[in-house]
Ligand binder design. Sequence first.
Ligand code: AMP
Length: 506
Amino acid sequence: MSDNIYDLFRSRFPEDRTRPFIETEDGGILSYGELDAAVGRTARLLADLGVVKGDRVAVQVEKSVENIVLYLAVVRAGGVYLPLNPAYTKAEVAYFLTDAEPRVFVCRPETEAALREVADAAKVAHVLTLGTRGDGSLPEQARGLNPDFATVPCGLDDLAAILYTSGTTGRSKGAMMSHRNLGSNAQVLHAYWGWGPDDVLLHALPIFHTHGLFVATNCVLLNGTPMIFLPKFDADQVLSLLPRATVMMGVPTFYTRLLGHPGLTREAVAHMRLFISGSAPLLADTHKEFSARTGHAILERYGMTETGMLTSNPLDGERIPGTVGFPLPDVELRVCDDQGAVLGPDEIGVIEVKGPNVFSGYWRMPEKTAQEIKPDGFFITGDVGKVDARGYVHIVGRAKDLIISGGFNVYPKEVETVIDGIDGVVESAVVGVPHPDFGEAVTAVVLRKPGVAGPDEAQVVAVCKEQLANFKVPKRVFFLDELPRNTMGKVQKNLLRDRYAETFKG
Ligand code: AMP
């Protein structure tokens, strides 16, 4: 057995290979034996197309069972899996293909005509297609091939995947993930979250992102048990399937949507062992409401594309709302000030991390890598937070979201927490907007509960004045019906900053 992560997964497949790996919404089942054969045939095809160790295979397709097979086949063939959000435009895909220089590009049948042009321009050797119903040239060409494929031996430092960061500022960067990064993190999470032989995961996340692709799928593969695999999150469907599942991983919006559904009851989740949340902050109120309604304390964890998962609330022990728990075994975590000095308990600064899960750098960006990975191996996450006296990590925001108003630092989370506590408020987002005197002006965007008399601008400002130093009090408060979010549930603060950019001009 080499250090290829596929060998690790395979060593954990159930002895009875007829046992299910994936169950789909239409009742379809892919067993572990069928998975291994399908991965073998696809790996054979990739090898026949000339994919050798280190070659990138870029993939922009919808979520499907075949897409999971493709991920594993690329890795088994020694290649580097490079998933792209299906929402990316032709111009964005052109950038990724030119930057990553994949040997093979797999796209949807319906986008082939448009994307072949950009693939040709980027000198991609092969373009294949994959639809959601087992259609496309990739499954067609793999169909008759021999499923016995000898896994390409890989070392722990060989690359298994490149995931481009969402890149809200500047160019999107390709995070290089090795077999060590993926394997170590999966094993830590599998143990930490107490996976056992009866577990069934409900999978409703996208799989072009670390959460749905690695955290969720790799835990299941290591456990050798089934997952119920849904194309997307739909509250009705999820509630109807939860009685068959034991674990669900979600972004916070999954949980707020479930709370908005009358079907979320104690009975509906009686069979569940664990609800996990991550990728964006879970409001403490959501945590508390979910716990009151269902008896389940959601386990919140924190991580990022470049590092995999970093911290988690405990399986046994107190899961504290509004915190992301303890550093995982293997992960070293520290909080530093602007000068790089390590801070003590409860002091706020930038979170830095080190461990076998931390990526080796950004694809073809050695300078960027050197700026963000320190000589002692610590990666500067860009998240601002603190570790409290009990060791729980708190995230206060992104360093780039920090507002500097009149020379004072304002952490948006602190202001948001005050506003979120006002009756009639669902949630808020606080951003810095250009201001002629202050540089940036604290600006709040608030979502009020429908049908309840919520606060107006003057009331929000009055409550903030009572609880916060003056420089933190919003200069303006706006009300929206919905906060802009990306697919992973993150509030797109850049869009809010753009939207209100002219507020204080002239
Ligand atoms: P991504 O690389 O898309 O996974 O985004 C990673 C970023 O999401 C982190 O650097 C954090 O800013 C944020 N994030 C992930 N999980 C959490 C969490 N539980 N609470 C707060 N922020 C989170």
